[in-house]
Design a protein around this ligand. Structure first.
Ligand code: NAD
Ligand code: UPG
Length: 455
């Protein structure tokens, strides 16, 4: 099938590459000339396991191409996927300017029937606005061309994007019942048929429900995390172990084990902005989403948890003190630093006068870029980036862990003890067993695990 993907970010590039892998003829459009040049020269703008190989294979096979040519992109695909960013506006609502610009481009150039597939995360009612923008452009040039707008939200996780796209839990498609809507449904059915071979994974619904489903999923997942973080902080006070509690409740199939890990707060480009955007939507309809307001507040506070633990252990004034930080990306297997809890921690340490040595397996380059924006050049000079995790430890008061990279799971604890000034680990992701840490002579503070460290 001929497919156009508008926007070659995390979602667009993964969608385009994976659909090409299944034999489709995919045209990827972006407004960012540098990104397109990089892709056309065989480079990849993001770190995403498995993606580079799929892109290379399908480019070589001629099924995947990258361009900034809008007219050619509209001419190419019967299916036009919109996968551009929907960042938060000043008031927290989703900024739809990129989605609507993409829609207008389609309206300006389309000559025959198109299905516009909205993959970006957009508030309920956006498909209507996309359709209106296209209609306006068609009216402008007095053209009569049939089209249909469907909602097909994406549920992939960064760091596992290819795997998630290729083996989705579900495919949500919202469409309407118009003549064009039926045709759109048939084309979407054909496109996703390979994903449904083993069993049917597609949920067909009306467009508004599909748009809503995406926000509901992210809001529910964010709620679980904030819920556990709040309980973890209480566990610290009452002397319970949140990890034991997690397993105790997760064993109930109605609760399940996933997304119940307490930590240093959720980050990334999705949960923070989508929770905010859903709250904003509710306010537009005179409703207040009290639970989500709390979810957000708990998360904002949780991003300071490691900073608070540092202060509790080493005092408010950290002048002259040096710390090691492992993990900068908002989660493992990505170089994405958007809303990463490490940014909050580093700002806090630096503002209190400390110096820091940091290591991340893949996000160092991106971290330098965003930390320069966060801290400014003078303060960034107090952050040393080390190529190896162990090299960050020398003369540090403590090791602080922010991201649960696999490479941090079984480190040489003897070397950690030797290189740190004090054998102290403050673990924002509960990677280690407190009992074992005590056994190897390390003072260990996890999140919500104080009962064990007090033994
Ligand atoms: N990142 C994720 O894990 C994820 C997962 C599911 C859904 N989403 C949603 O998908 C959407 C895209 O997210 P992302 O992380 O891929 O964004 P991104 O910022 O990585 O990429 C967006 C791309 O769109 C391009 N773009 C902007 N306007 C354009 C236009 N008019 N024409 C062509 N290209 C244009 C940008 O240059 C950029 O390359 C968002 O709505 C997001 O909420 C993201
Ligand atoms: O038990 C958990 C699970 C996750 N996190 C944190 O939550 C954040 C988000 O993690 P994750 O959901 O794995 O990554 P994302 O790539 O942000 O994916 C989310 O956001 C995407 C964009 O909307 C959706 O498509 C995905 O389904 C949804 O999981 C990260 O900071 C994690 O550290 C926790 O603190 N505890």
């Amino acid at each position: 099938m001929k497919i156009t993907i508008i926007g070659t970010g995390y979602v667009g590039l993964v969608t385009g590459a994976c659909l090409a892998e299944l034999g489709n003829d995919v045209f990827c459009l972006d407004v960012d000339q540098k990104k397109i040049d990089l892709l056309n020269s065989g480079g990849i703008p993001i770190h995403e396991p498995g993606l580079e190989e799929i892109v290379a294979r399908n480019r070589a096979a001629g099924r995947l191409r990258f361009s900034t040519d809008v007219a050619a992109s509209v001419a190419h695909g019967t299916l036009q996927f919109i996968a551009v960013g929907t960042p938060p506006d000043e008031d927290g609502s989703a900024d739809l300017q990129y989605v609507l610009a993409a829609a207008r481009n389609i309206g300006r150039h389309m000559k025959e029937f198109k299905v516009i597939v909205d993959k970006s995360t957009v508030p309920v009612g956006t498909a209507d606005r996309v359709a209106a923008a296209i209609r306006e452009e068609l009216a402008e040039r007095e053209a009569k061309v049939d089209f249909s707008v469907v909602s097909n939200p994406e549920f992939l996780k960064e760091g596992a994007a290819v795997e998630d796209f290729m083996r989705p839990d579900r495919i949500v498609i919202g469409h309407d019942d118009s003549h064009g809507g039926q045709r759109a449904r048939d084309l979407m059915k054909l496109l996703y048929a390979p994903f449904n071979r083993n069993h049917e994974r597609t949920y067909w619904m009306d467009v508004r429900s599909a748009e809503f489903t995406k926000y509901a999923a992210n809001a529910m997942l964010a709620t679980r995390i904030s819920f556990m973080n709040e309980l973890a902080n209480l566990a610290d006070r009452v002397g319970a172990d949140i990890e034991a509690v997690r397993q105790g409740i997760g064993s109930d199939p109605r609760i399940g084990y996933s997304f119940l890990y307490a930590g240093a707060g959720y980050g990334g480009s999705c949960f923070p902005k989508d929770v905010q955007a859903l709250e904003r939507t509710a306010r537009q309809y005179d409703q207040e989403l009290l639970i989500l307001r709390a979810v957000e507040a708990v998360n904002d506070r949780q991003k300071h948890i490691l900073g608070r633990k540092v202060v509790a252990r080493f005092g408010e004034d950290l002048t002259g003190k040096h710390f090691a930080v492992w993990g900068l990306a908002f989660k493992p297997n990505t170089d994405d630093m958007r809303e990463a809890p490490s940014r909050v921690l580093l700002r806090e340490l630096i503002e209190r006068g400390a110096t820091v040595a940091v290591h991340d397996p893949v996000a160092m380059h991106e971290a330098k870029r965003v930390l320069e924006l966060d801290l400014g050049t003078a303060k960034l000079a107090r952050v040393r980036f080390t190529d190896a995790p162990m090299d960050a430890l020398d003369d540090a008061e403590a090791l602080l862990i922010v991201t649960e990279w696999k490479a941090f799971r079984s480190p040489d604890f003897e070397e950690i003890k030797e290189r740190l000034k004090h054998p102290v680990i403050l673990d924002g992701r509960n990677l280690y067993e407190p009992d074992l840490m005590t056994g190897v002579g390390i003072e260990y503070h996890g999140i919500g695990r104080s009962v064990l460290t007090r033994k």
